[in-house]
Design a protein around this ligand. Structure first.
Ligand SMILES: Cc1ncc(COP(=O)(O)O)c(C=O)c1O
Length: 429
């Protein structure tokens, strides 16, 4: 067997999987330890054929996976391993470049800088900022807070009580105290912040629970007055800004110091790809630049390792490039609009049904709702146990609520209507 034959097998496998992803139970039906028990204790002494690996992938691994590429995956923030992303990941591994310095692979750095500029244009973000790709928003926020710390060492980090927990974790990691700020009745951070002794404020555009949008412009004004770094976590909702009618969500971000958007959430790019921009690259450089003897800098060139925690860096720019070219701006807008339409449709179905309520504004593709009498954890669990869909719950003002987050390219209106039927009958049971 040649590599070429195995490539065909892998291509057939990926094609069939993507066409039939919707045939699997969405959430894995295994108990802890089940998959491990089916795997050999020791590695093989002799090399095995690719076919053996594919067989075990089908028989042992796939049944133990939760299918994020299933069109009725509605948990957390749904995402897409799109066709251009899948193709790019294959080529990225074939190339296997390490994009730490310009010299380590010049085109990788220059493509990264270019696609970050393209993405800034698509989202209506300022051009001319430094942009690079991190693995996740968690890492991007660690980097931003480390940069902020160079300006006010020891100052506190403030984010709303609805901010993602990765913000508090990042503050802890960079050794800064963390404070939670209260929110209004639509879960947006109150801008009247006490900025005394504060190093950084993290505002969220699209919070994890309800997708609320903090008043970034007003927070930016106050931060600028107080000389406090403003980082914007637009990990999920930033992608919505490809649509002019949704661009209000990034209003004021041009006044921030740094901003992160995750194409691996709602921009059809496979895990992992997190876009980080800053207007203060010199602070990132101060936090992260370290030039060992064996990695001399190239004059006039950008060494991306000097702007974040990692040295070794995957060639993620290639997949973002493929995704942006494959869909084009108009294709991305059409997908985002359709997801927003489907979420509004779902919310209207919930609102029209006695015994159910929508519990938060839903400007994007995520709807928070609850049954007013049933145990909502139990409703979500029972609906998910059908294998037909996957929804997760969270707590809002002390009450359990269910979230339906739409973000997969292959989700249709029929999927959303089916999800609602399953949820209703789960509550009725
Ligand atoms: C608003 C927000 N910020 C940050 C994160 C963390 O993202 P990542 O998994 O890329 O670290 C999430 C994850 O869902 C999120 O919802």
């Amino acid at each position: 067997m040649t590599f070429r034959d195995d490539l065909d097998r892998a291509a057939d496998w990926a094609d069939a999987y993507l066409r039939h992803a919707g045939d699997h139970p969405v959430a894995a039906r295994v108990e802890p330890g089940d998959v491990r028990a089916r795997l050999p204790d020791a590695p093989p002494e002799h090399g095995e054929p690719f076919e053996a690996m594919l067989r075990d992938l089908d028989e042992v691994i796939v049944p133990g996976l939760t299918h994020w590429n299933h069109p009725r995956f509605f948990a957390w923030f749904a995402n897409t391993g799109s066709e251009p992303g899948v193709l790019a990941e294959l080529l990225i591994a074939a190339l296997n470049v390490n994009a730490f310095t310009w010299l380590s692979s010049p085109a990788a750095t220059e493509l990264e800088v270019t696609v970050m500029d393209w993405l800034a244009q698509l989202l209506g973000l300022p051009r001319g900022w430094h942009g690079h790709i991190e693995d996740t928003a968690s890492t991007a926020t660690i980097a931003a807070l480390a940069a902020a710390r160079t300006r006010r060492p020891g100052g506190a980090v403030v984010a709303s009580e609805q901010a993602n927990f990765s913000v508090e974790k990042a503050a802890r990691l960079v050794g800064l105290p963390f404070r939670k700020a209260p929110v209004d009745d639509e879960f947006r951070m109150l801008p009247e912040l006490d900025l005394d002794g504060v190093a950084a404020v993290v505002a969220t555009v699209g919070t994890t629970a309800t997708t609320s949008v903090d008043p970034v412009r007003e927070i930016a004004r106050r931060c600028a007055e107080a000389g406090v770094w403003l980082h914007v976590d637009a990990a999920y909702a930033g992608s919505a800004a490809v649509c002019p009618e949704l661009r209000w969500c990034v209003d004021g971000v041009d006044r921030a110091d740094s901003v992160v958007v995750n194409p691996h959430k709602w921009l059809f790019t496979p895990m992992d790809c997190s876009a980080l921009w800053t207007r203060r690259p010199e602070a990132f450089h101060e936090a992260f630049a370290y030039v060992p003897d064996y990695l001399a800098a190239t004059p006039e060139a950008i060494d991306v390792k000097d702007y974040g925690p990692a040295l070794g860096r995957r060639f993620r720019a290639l997949k973002l490039w493929f995704v942006l070219r494959w869909f084009g701006a108009e294709g991305l807008r059409a997908l985002i609009r359709e997801h927003v339409r489907l979420a509004q449709l779902f919310a209207s179905l919930v609102e029209a049904e006695p015994g159910w309520e929508v519990v938060a504004p839903h400007p994007f593709s995520t709807v928070c709702f609850r049954h007013v009498e049933a145990d909502n954890d139990e409703v979500a669990r029972a609906a998910t146990a059908t294998g037909e869909l996957f929804v997760a719950t969270t707590k809002l003002r002390g009450r359990t609520i269910i979230r339906l987050a739409i973000g997969n390219e292959r989700t249709t209106e029929a999927d959303v209507r089916r999800a609602w039927e399953v949820l209703r009958s789960s509550a009725a049971a």
